[in-house]
Write a protein that binds this ligand. Sequence first.
Ligand code: AMP
Length: 572
Amino acid sequence: MSLGCDFSVLEELTSNAKKIQDNVLDKILKTNANTEYLHRFLEGSSDKELFKKNVPVVSYEDVKPYIDRVANGEPSDIISGEPITTFNRSSGTSSGNQKIYPTNNIYFENLLFGYALSSVVMSKHVDGYKQGKMMIFRFTHQISPTPCGLPIAPALTSFTKSKYYSRMAKNSTSPYVVALCPDPKQSMYCQLLCGLVQRDEVVSVGTTFPSVLVQIVHFLENYWKELSSNIRSGHVSDWITDLSCRDSVSIILGEPNAELADLIEKECRQESWQGIITRLWPKTKCIETIVTGTMSQHIPALDYYSNKLPLVSKVYASSEAFYGLNLNPLSKPQHVSYTFLPNMSYFEFIHVDADGEATSEIVDLVDVKLGDYYEPLVTNYSGSLHRCKVGDILQVTGFYNNTPQFRFVRRKNTVLCVDVEPTTEEDISKALARATVVLESSDLILTGFTCYGDISTVPGHYVFYVELKAKVNNGTTVLQLDNKVLVEYCCVMEESLSGIYRRLRGDEGSIGALEIRVVQKGTFDSLMEFFVSRGSSISQYKTPICIKSAEALQVLEDKVLARFFSDRSPTL
Ligand code: AMP
């Protein structure tokens, strides 16, 4: 997919970031200066200096009353000079709380542009990328109306259903209509079937976020016999009742193919599923899915299923705006940085210290400093967000031409706290990565993870829910859990948490022993289904690193197989 983009566009954007950002702000202010929201601060002026002086830095909760008024039927010009065409429903991340963002076509044009440019980058780094096919799984959801009649949906659903996406879908293994199927199970089955039939052309496998990719491998474990039987007979299973899916997939399935069916059965029947992706799709060069931030928890499972193919985190984007691209897509997950695209929105940055506390300095995109930490502020084209905090913490790692590159550090808020310790997403991701070594030494891999702070005990303690899989299926579906290994896993996790956690847990005794609750296979698929049934998008789904909803916790609690506690205090 080039869509008129090439490297010179990237050079041009990143060399003139300051001027482009100036023009973006100019355009946004001229369009929106007379909205009720901005008029309060600017009295109709579109002066940029006045904007910075008078318009307050806000968080979503501050603008929510305006957004809700529009969603409930008041004219959209209270917040936007251009018509609002749809609402993006975000997945939320740390705790799974959802937000809605009014938006218009510029948002989708920006997504298309960002993805097109990232394809240009991929073609430069991955041999044969352009010539091959992408098995990128996409799902869409029912679009429901807000009281004002405008559609509301996860951004990726609206994008995938829009005229913009169909231009991107060309070299995908699945027909476009399959992504539009409202039943995720039929859609997933059909996307796998299309991918298997075209296995020799697939150069890239992926999903936007990795929880879904892990779920797809689980789905394949349950359905490979049926998939290969469809390939053997040249007939799509009768339960695929969505006619658009059925018709388009039948064409791709073609004539019966016993040879391919035999091959799939031979690979899937093996006791170990290590490298199953590369065995079934042997020309795959990379796995395209975002594994920075909390999504890094899926790296061990993806490494295992793909025999350590490069994991490519291509873009950094959200329901508020598209931010940036990874210009070195084959770099290791821990070295990934995103280069901001200055034409996407107007970006400012609150300087924060390493703990995420604001130091009150706010700077423009081109004025951030190497090595420093920032929280981005977005002023977007839809007019609904002005100087709005994104809630992510980024660190500047370098510059491409004049444009800064950022490492995604974490979501801003503390996610676990049972006493006074501020445990962040990054703390948890680091502890998980270190403790993974313990699991690997005993041939287990982590396929699902989340946590919560249990304060019903005295003292309160951390509970980590983990779903595990044996690397080799030793003829039994029962997971062998070695007490020694799992207690050590708890201890290494605690050793890897912050100094303040270790002090409170050790000397002061105000945090209790860390607990691991091992859950049954498929529990994290059920958790995802739970969130999807409440309006989350499959394509945008990220397993919440920390669970706050009692109902979601119940989904996990119902499937606990065994509990383990750390048996010593961490060193200080
Ligand atoms: P949503 O609006 O539901 O798409 O969620 C957007 C949030 O997902 C961002 O604010 C980030 O916290 C997270 N996110 C998106 N892209 C990335 C990325 N490349 N790396 C890490 N986190 C990301």
